[in-house]
Ligand binder design. Structure first.
Ligand SMILES: [Zn+2]
Length: 321
């Protein structure tokens, strides 16, 4: 299907995935997330070719490669391999029909061998109906299938979709290049800044951390909302960052400690004020904010943010009572 070259900075991801293939331990679904031009599609095609090949070989760098000679490899070369599908609606939304087609395809028995594979490029462009249809597929995975979602802005994906995928994050800079950029050791864990390429800038990262801290302080003491509001008004991407903090808290609270946004003590205090409802409901409020901000003129943005903060404060008070 494709002879894209996998960029050298994807090596560790290839090694990791090679081990999973070799141990027959691939997840049903992967989310490969990174900025434009970082090699997502090439990596996905490589994984599919290795998954399909009957005589895969391991190279000197512990990366599996397709043999290029077995039946699946030959069919792939001729673009007639029947067990793969690529959904790539560049510039358009990914429709519910495309996702239904995907689900049906994944339920078929593979014709050649190892299983059915689907790559969905620009997964963040799924319509709501498409996302819900995909969620069903993810909840009831069929054996021997491999679904690979690619996204540039995976913060636009439903958290319930993200949580059902194994996340493979790509970054354009290597660890040593990053540490040259950032002396602050707490930022050395940038490899985990899975979703937001802009946070590789140390200045924006600092904004992000301040926003995350202001938000978590606010959750603990909702009456003190001024600093949080100030942080939200401090940068145009702050709502996207807030979404990321909330979804990260939903998935893996420890991650925020690793990123330097929370200390262990902060997390203990925070956990006391949160119940199982709090974060999903805050996330809903943010989604509602996004809807409204799309339909209103920019001048109302500050007002909308103020309203969001008040709504979250009310929610926290109510859940506590
Ligand atoms: Zn082969």
């Amino acid at each position: 299907m494709s002879n894209l070259t996998v960029p050298s900075w994807c090596k560790s991801q290839q090694q990791f995935l090679s081990t999973q293939v070799a141990n027959n331990a691939l997840a049903h679904a992967y989310l490969i997330s990174s900025g434009k031009g970082t090699g997502k599609l090439a990596l996905a095609h490589w994984l599919v070719s290795v998954f399909a090949c009957n005589k895969r070989q391991i190279d000197a760098e512990d990366i599996l490669q397709a043999c290029q000679q077995c039946k699946p490899c030959l069919l792939k070369k001729a673009s007639t391999y029947p067990d793969e599908k690529l959904i790539d609606q560049a510039g358009a939304t990914v429709s519910v029909d495309a996702i239904r087609e995907t689900s049906n395809f994944l339920q078929k028995t593979s014709q050649i061998g190892s299983g059915q594979t689907v790559i969905i490029n620009h997964a963040e462009d799924m319509t709501i109906a498409a996302a819900n249809a995909l969620l069903k597929t993810l909840e009831e995975p069929t054996a021997n299938t491999l679904l690979i979602l690619l996204a540039e802005n995976s913060e636009h994906l439903l958290p319930t979709i993200i949580s059902r995928c194994q996340i493979v994050s790509l970054k354009t800079l290597s660890g040593s290049e990053l540490s040259k950029h950032f002396n602050d050791t707490r930022i050395s864990n940038l490899a985990n800044m899975t979703f937001l390429p802009e946070l590789q800038s140390s200045e924006l990262y600092q904004h992000y951390i301040e926003m995350a801290q202001a938000f978590t302080n606010f959750l603990v003491t909702p009456s003190q909302r001024a600093l949080f509001l100030q942080a939200l008004n401090g940068h145009e991407r702050s709502i996207v960052w807030l979404e990321r903090v909330v979804t990260t808290l939903m998935r893996d609270k420890e991650q925020l400690i690793k990123e330097g946004a929370l200390t262990h003590n902060d997390l203990v205090t925070l956990t006391k004020v949160l119940n199982s409802d709090s974060l999903p409901r805050i996330f809903q409020l943010i989604l509602a904010f996004n809807q409204k901000s799309k339909t209103l003129v920019q001048a109302n943005d500050t007002m909308l943010k103020e309203k969001l903060v008040i709504e979250i404060a009310q929610l926290m008070d109510k859940l506590e009572a």
